[in-house]
Design a binder for this molecule. Structure first.
Ligand SMILES: C[S@@+](CC[C@H](N)C(=O)[O-])C[C@H]1O[C@@H](n2cnc3c(N)ncnc32)[C@H](O)[C@@H]1O
Ligand code: SF4
Length: 352
């Protein structure tokens, strides 16, 4: 689509979300400044800033304005849900490493998603384990509805053209395929699995062929990747793949073995990643979405347990994917109360 039609689409979006004028001017200025940092990408008529927000001309974005900016509901905007804990890879850094329990069935997952939406969730990440190993994934995506953006995190296992098409028809719009290194042997080593690189590239190829899906790569960066100036080479490789976005994150110390200064990045390294994001976003060849930028105190802050929630594949309710802290389990009689209590608890400690 041409630049002019994109601009028209943007104007149309602003008009259809005219209720934004009732939002505090300070929030509007913040949002405008934030949005200006990213090139808006048109994917099948949907305008995307980056994949951690719903497309700005979709129902989910209007719901975000109405429920969170205007009605100021206490519940989360973002949720991730584990569709399975099974996985054929073995990444040392995986935030699900030590999780155990009884796996949620399809009906529980669908019920939890419905309740999360009622609480205000407008962006839902499907994760795992490898979520494509859940045989009910199409039915689950289909149950979500078009007023919530859906993003799939995957290593690509089990993906066929047919499954990708079915997921798209069911309402999947964002995918993020994990790729931690541009060199096959390095990526496979990190992932503890000999064919993960080929699987990831094949998945990207399938999603590109079917079209109409926003394709991202999720890359977890090691300290050596940051320090040995390899990041620029990696970025060029990702641009060459023809994906819309790279979702960058450092290794988060999600389990005790990662509490190590050789793993956790420094403030200077974080600043460098923010500069890298700004540089590439100005060039506009690929969107760089660095989690440390989104959740920095200058932008949306840490949303764990406040605007973000994670329900792992065993039903444990956590403040975010990286935190093993649990507030309860969806299988407890009053799941909704259990979540609302945790929000009240966190909001109380934030206010104090
Ligand atoms: C848990 S995985 C589930 C989906 C699929 N198995 C995959 O690896 O893409 C979701 C995403 O979280 C990332 N991830 C897992 N543990 C992490 C950690 N400790 N720090 C940062 N990212 C992490 C993975 O690299 C992946 O991109
Ligand atoms: S592929 Fe994903 S779920 Fe599997 S071990 Fe790696 S990060 Fe964890």
């Amino acid at each position: 689509m041409s630049r002019i039609s994109d601009e028209l689409l943007l104007v149309k979006t602003m008009i259809s979300n005219f209720q934004l004028v009732r939002v505090s001017p300070l929030i509007n200025i913040f949002l405008l400044k934030y949005m200006n940092k990213f090139t808006k990408v048109n994917v099948g008529g949907r305008l995307v800033l980056h994949s951690h927000l719903p497309p700005i001309n979709c129902k989910a974005f209007s719901r975000f304005i109405n429920k969170h900016l205007l009605a100021k509901v206490q519940g989360p905007t973002h949720a991730q849900i584990g569709l399975t804990n099974d996985c054929s890879q073995n990444c040392d850094y995986c935030y699900n490493r030590n999780r155990t329990g009884e796996i949620m069935d399809k009906d529980t997952i669908k019920k939890v998603i419905k309740e999360l939406k009622e609480m205000g969730v407008i962006w839902l990440g499907l994760t795992g384990g490898e979520p494509l190993l859940n045989k009910d994934i199409v039915e689950i995506v289909d149950s979500i509805g078009d007023d919530c953006a859906v993003k799939l995190f995957t290593g690509g296992y089990n993906l066929t053209r047919e499954l990708a098409n079915d997921l798209k028809k069911a309402g999947l719009f964002y995918v993020s395929v994990s790729l931690d290194h541009w060199k096959e042997e390095e990526h496979n080593k990190i992932r503890g699995c000999g064919d993960s690189y080929k699987t990831a590239l094949k998945a990207i190829e399938i999603f590109r062929e079917i079209g109409g899906i926003h394709i991202g790569v999720s890359s977890v960066l090691s300290k050596s990747m940051l320090n040995e100036s390899q990041i620029e080479e990696f970025m060029q490789f990702l641009i060459g793949l023809g994906v819309h976005e790279v979702w960058l994150s450092e290794i988060k110390p999600a389990n005790k073995t990662l509490w190590d200064e050789n793993v956790i990045i420094s403030e200077e390294e974080r600043d460098n990643l923010i500069k890298l994001q700004d540089k590439y976003n100005k060039q506009g060849k690929i969107t760089v979405n660095y989690l440390g930028h989104f959740e920095s105190s200058e932008h949306f802050g840490c949303n764990a347990g406040h605007k973000m929630i994670y329900i792992d594949a065993f039903g444990a309710v956590n403040p975010c994917v990286f935190s093993p802290t649990t507030f309860g389990n969806v299988n407890c009689p009053s799941f909704l109360n259990c979540i609302l209590n945790s929000f009240t608890l966190i909001m109380g400690s934030v206010v104090m």
